[in-house]
Each structure stands twice: as C-alpha cells, then as structure tokens.
Write a protein that binds this ligand. Sequence first.
Ligand code: PRT
Ligand code: ZN
Length: 284
Amino acid sequence: MVLKIAIQKSGRLNEDSMKLLKECGIDIANGVNKLKAEANNFPLEVYFLRDDDIPQYVEDGVADIGFVGENVVYEKNKKVQVVEQLGFGKCRLSIAVARNEEYNDVNFLHGKRIATSYPVIVKKFMQERGVEAEIHEISGSVEIAPGIGLAHAICDLVSSGSTLFMNGLKEVETILRSQAVLIKSIGFTEEKQRLLDKLLFRIKAVKKAKNNKYVLLNAPDDKLDEIIRLLPGMKSPSVLPLAQSGWSSVHSVLNENDFWDIIEKLKEAGAQGILVVPIEKMIV
Ligand code: PRT
Ligand code: ZN
C-alpha cells in the first residue's frame, strides 16, 4: 500500500513542495522530467502534474492527496477535501483597475468587463455582491488586458504587487487569500488514512518548528524570576547554573510573532549573550 501524492511538476509550488517532503524526512529519487517518482523511505509515490490538473486527479482517486494552491482548489471546485494549510505559495486573488480610475466600491464593476483566469471564483464574488459584470476568461498575461482595451478590470493573483504596478494598475478588491494546501480525495480506506496521518504528523512538526525559535541566554540570578516571566517556553524554560557563580543559562522556545518584542524586554531585564537558533522539528 502506498500513498499517491500529486505535486506541481514545475512552477512556483514545485520547489517548496519537494522541500517540505524532504523536511518530513522523505527521500525522493528524483528523476528530472519524470512523471512519477518513488520515495525510498516512506510508502509514497509522487506524481508531477500541472497544478490545474491536481484537483481532478485527486477527485478521481488517481492521486490520493495533492499539494496545490487554494486558488486552484476553489476555481476547479472538485470533490476534494482541504486537510492542511502548508504555509508556502502565499498570494491573494485581487481585482485591479487602471491607476487613474476613480474606484469607490464594487459597484464600479457593474456593467464592466473583467478579464481573469479565475471565472468561477470571480462570478461567485460578483453574484454575492449583486454586481453584474461581464467575465472574460483568458489564460495568461491578464495584466495587459486593460491597457489594450480588452477589459476595464482584471482579477489575478498578486504577491508583491509589482506586476500590477508595472502595468499601471491598482489593486481595489481582495477576493481570496491563498496558500498551498494539502487536499485529499473523499473515499479513503483506513489504511490510506493511517499513512496520511503519519505524513500529517510530520508536516505539522515541520510547520510548527518554522514558526518558532530556540533561545539561549545568560541571566544574573537576581534577575532570573523577571526573565523567566517573559519566556513562555513549551512547558516552562530550562534553567541551568553557569560555571561562574551568580549566573544561570536559560533555554526556551519563542514564537516568531512575539520574537523581537520579547528579545528587547529580555535585554532590558538584564539578559546577556542571547543566542537564537532555528528549530528543525517540533513535536508537542
Ligand atoms: O504549469 P502550471 O499550470 O503547473 O503552473 P502555472 O503557471 O499555472 O502556475 P504558477 O507556477 O505560476 O503558480 C502556481 C501557484 O503558485 C498558483 O496557483 C498560486 O497558488 C501560487 N502563487 C503564489 C502565485 C503567485 N504567488 C504569483 N504571484 N501564482 C502566480 N503568481 C503570478 C500572478 O499570476 C502574476 O502574474 O505572479 C504575478 C504577480 O506577482 P507579483 O509579485 O508581481 O505581485
Ligand atoms: Zn496552472
């Protein structure tokens, strides 16, 4: 029994998908340009596909699971289940108009033509807001549509915003925030589910580790209580005496989000020699 996973063959998600499997300790004998590869140390078979085809393959059960952008999952609208967000491939699906347009709200789009590669998602968005717009489906270079008079607005993926900027466009509505997700097909045997649970356990440990840092610091003993109060840790910080009397070494785990804030407070409280180390896996 193997778990069959579909990932993007080439493109923005390929590298991060392969990296995540590697970080999960899964070693894939990667024949470049192959359609299929096998893992050496996990019952996993990898199918390399165009991202647009992944939901269909997973719905049909040709692949059991897949890594694909949420934008593609919602656009293709196949019978698949989103199991886990993977933390890479982050972008947003947004509506943009020419920078000199006076845009106040979605009603601007009433009776206008919108060029997009995401007709299903855009149509749903317009219907929910009671806006009647003409949706013009194009498969690529959507951002040039307003400039050549093909459409009044576009709906496309944005990450840095530089493509919009370079084409004289401004972002006016965000329809969807997207990232890569793990999807699974609906009918799953218990055995497949056990394999998926094993993979998910590893993915979660990798994700959690990425959001946290291991911190080591030296603290004068009379400041120890104050410093420990600043540190959450997995349970509570470890405190070890230093060879030099009156000093201790404190070890803890900090979340990326509060990181700089807490480091500043630690310094103010008298912590010295603060070391910050990345964590590879974190199992809680
Ligand atoms: O060949 P295949 O069909 O598999 O690939 P593809 O060309 O359809 O997709 P690809 O590789 O471009 O993107 C795969 C997935 O990456 C998308 O479905 C999203 O989930 C995710 N992703 C994340 C992005 C972006 N960020 C992104 N910025 N996909 C595309 N873009 C494009 C966008 O379309 C626009 O042209 O980048 C441009 C905008 O980028 P900024 O940085 O200028 O704003
Ligand atoms: Zn594609």
